[in-house]
Design a protein around this ligand. Structure first.
Ligand code: DLZ
Length: 163
């Protein structure tokens, strides 16, 4: 079973919708690149695995997780983007810096999602250390990137059901 399938079994209660014509933006923070690149790989492959077309997936990089919110807003405001997946990794440090970043990003992505009425998925790891992050970026605890992609797909399914 692939890690995407594992995540699907955690989530799924129904079939995933057809997303062959849906357009996705994946935003990747450049801090903790080893982790965020693994998250990206997971999200990208999972979108393809569940029917998205490569030409309908655009990638954007931001310097750090704090910048995910504005990057997400720029993509979400585009008419040709249906959903945004924001990927980052904020590792706990000796100061409270990480708390401020995590709260700002969570709040900011929520605001963008509600303001644009599009799925903006929080794919940010908030681990205590790098190993915990790697465990969740294709390691023993799966890949949060896969999970973020499936969440985006499921939200597009709900949108179709509602509208
Ligand atoms: C400054 C900072 C710190 C200390 N740690 C992280 C981190 O673990 N993960 C991450 O994605 N970004 C970090 N940053 C950078 C901030 O997200 C942001 O890029 C800067 O504060 C500039 O706005």
């Amino acid at each position: 079973m692939s890690s995407a399938d594992k995540n699907l079994s955690v989530f799924a209660t129904s079939e995933l919708p057809d997303v062959s014509h849906r357009r996705f933006a994946i935003l990747v923070a450049e801090w903790n690149t080893e982790v965020t690149e693994a998250l990206y790989k997971g999200a990208y492959q999972t979108l393809l695995q569940y029917g998205a077309k490569a030409e309908n997936i655009v990638r954007g990089n931001v310097p750090g997780s704090y910048e995910l919110t504005l990057g997400a807003q720029w993509f979400a405001l585009r008419d040709d983007i249906d959903a945004v997946i924001a990927l980052g990794c904020v590792i706990q440090g000796e100061t409270k810096h990480n708390d401020y970043i995590n709260h700002a990003v969570a709040q900011g992505l929520t605001t963008v999602s509600l303001k644009t009425s599009k799925p903006v998925i929080f794919g940010v790891l908030t681990p205590n250390d790098q190993q915990q992050a790697l465990d969740r970026a294709g390691g023993k605890h799966g890949n949060k990137g896969d999970e973020a992609a499936i969440t985006a797909i499921k939200m597009l399914g709900l949108q179709k059901q509602v509208y």
